[in-house]
Design a protein around this ligand. Structure first.
Ligand code: UVW
Length: 319
């Protein structure tokens, strides 16, 4: 239910930049278009040691799966295992093979994931001006499938905001902006280059793993906060992809206007920036702090799921 005291996103974002039409009227991958062959080569040039880091969180983590309030963590169920043969009900394969099968019931936004560009909207239009009615019954425009089809490969930079602030993790409601990203890069001795995939560590989800009940009792994740200047910076820097270790990549409720997920709309809907959420950046961040190198080759391919609003993914960082 909308709160009458909170301005509509159309008001908040009235003068916020957009990239609609930049890649033609049928474009469904937005700022990922910046990831040209030159960016793939610039990314590959970051490989120095052959050190590989996978950034997905474990689905079915015994310590819990952090999800947006209202979504359920994935459940996995065995559909075939040795008990079927114990009970005399296992299939009789010629040669006597036994096997195990299982199935996953999962929210496509409920783990480390890519959002489709059509995942959020306001004013009846999704990314690139497509009608929001194209989301009914499945995203016939700007689903995750076109992102999965092209893949996401390029040079990436880790901005360790928690470390820059001298903290183990950022607190609920704690915000930062593009100036903080620039300051963090300077502190790290790193340059954020145009078309870099921006990877931000807050380690905010440590709070979920310490006490999930408390984490959800007053839910407001730390993260980037909207300003027109921040959106212009993303546009001018031609940032293709925002990757973070929080559930929603931004402060949940904007402290300046009370609206939820403003950057989902300003960056994803309006600029076409791809969002990758709920990453585990701890091992990568420790390595970057250790060798002082915060840039790397980033490769991610969400699953090709027809008309889906998002997809699980296991991004890979290579240094
Ligand atoms: C919501 O859609 C609420 O969040 P996310 O993009 O983090 O899945």
């Amino acid at each position: 239910m909308a709160d009458a005291a909170v301005p509509d996103l159309s008001e908040i974002l009235a003068d916020s930049p957009t990239n609609w039409g930049r890649w033609g009227p049928d474009d469904e991958v937005g700022s990922l278009n910046y990831l040209t062959a030159a960016q793939v080569l610039a990314g590959a040039a970051q490989i120095r040691r052959g050190a590989v880091f996978t950034l997905q969180r474990l689905i079915g983590d015994p310590h819990g799966d952090p999800v947006w309030p209202g979504r359920s963590p994935a459940t996995r169920e065995m559909t075939l295992d040795e008990s079927h043969w114990d009970d005399g009900k296992g299939p009789a394969f010629p040669g006597g093979m036994h096997c195990a099968d299982d199935k996953l019931t999962a929210s496509l936004q409920g783990s480390t994931q890519y959002d489709a560009l059509g995942h959020v909207w306001y004013d009846g239009q999704i990314w690139n001006g497509f009608d929001s009615r194209t989301t009914i019954g499945g995203l016939s425009r700007a689903s995750v499938a076109p992102i999965a089809e092209r893949g996401v490969v390029g040079r990436a930079v880790l901005l360790d905001i928690a470390r820059h602030r001298g903290k183990a993790y950022l607190e609920p409601y704690e915000t930062f902006d593009h100036e903080d990203l620039i300051a963090c890069a300077e502190y790290q001795g790193t340059e954020i280059q145009p078309r870099d995939i921006v990877v931000i560590r807050t380690n905010h989800l440590q709070l979920f793993f310490e006490n999930a009940v408390e984490f959800y009792s007053d839910f407001c994740e730390s993260g980037l906060v909207y300003s027109r200047e921040l959106v212009s910076w993303f546009q001018e820097m031609e940032i293709p992809n925002l990757v973070t270790d929080t559930i929603a990549n931004e402060v949940t409720v904007d402290p300046n206007n009370g609206a939820a997920l403003v950057l989902h709309n300003a960056l994803m809907r309006n600029l076409g920036v791809a969002f990758t959420e709920i990453c585990d950046l701890e091992k990568l961040a420790a390595d970057c702090a250790d060798d002082g190198v915060y840039t790397f080759f980033y490769v991610a391919a969400p699953l090709k799921i027809n008309e889906a609003t998002g997809s699980p993914v296991n991004p890979v960082a290579i240094k």
